[in-house]
Design a protein around this ligand. Sequence first.
Ligand code: SF4
Length: 147
Amino acid sequence: MSRPVTPDQRRALLEEVKKIYGELAGRPLERQCTGRAECCRFRLTGRTPFLTKGEALVAAAAVRAGGRKRLVATADGSCPLLVGGRCSIYESRPFGCRTHFCEAAGGPAARGAVRDLIQRLEDIDGKLGGSGGVNLVTAIEAALAGK
Ligand code: SF4
């Protein structure tokens, strides 16, 4: 079991999550996203991103910054953060949203190309007392609830 982190350590770990996102953006991964947001329509794709705790906390902070305290389920089964056809927390979207490209955009990033970044997210998860990947909605709701 991990030891509780101090507020400063927690802040540093969340900065590290953002740094990982930045490093991913700098990698030469083939992508032809046209912004159709198909990957955000979970019922349509049958796939939902799974988040580590650091990712969930970063996403929850962006949700709060946007003035929301909870996620509201959608009637069509799409991500509750998809608003007007666009991601409402785009800069803070989770790792899976950045790598699980739809078929039209070239398919998912090869795991080997991002394995080291996933490992770092998992290490941060362990330090924050997380328990591995959790479904996007459940993970962000828990982070919003301070769990
Ligand atoms: S967090 Fe944003 S990018 Fe990820 S599934 Fe939801 S709306 Fe799409």
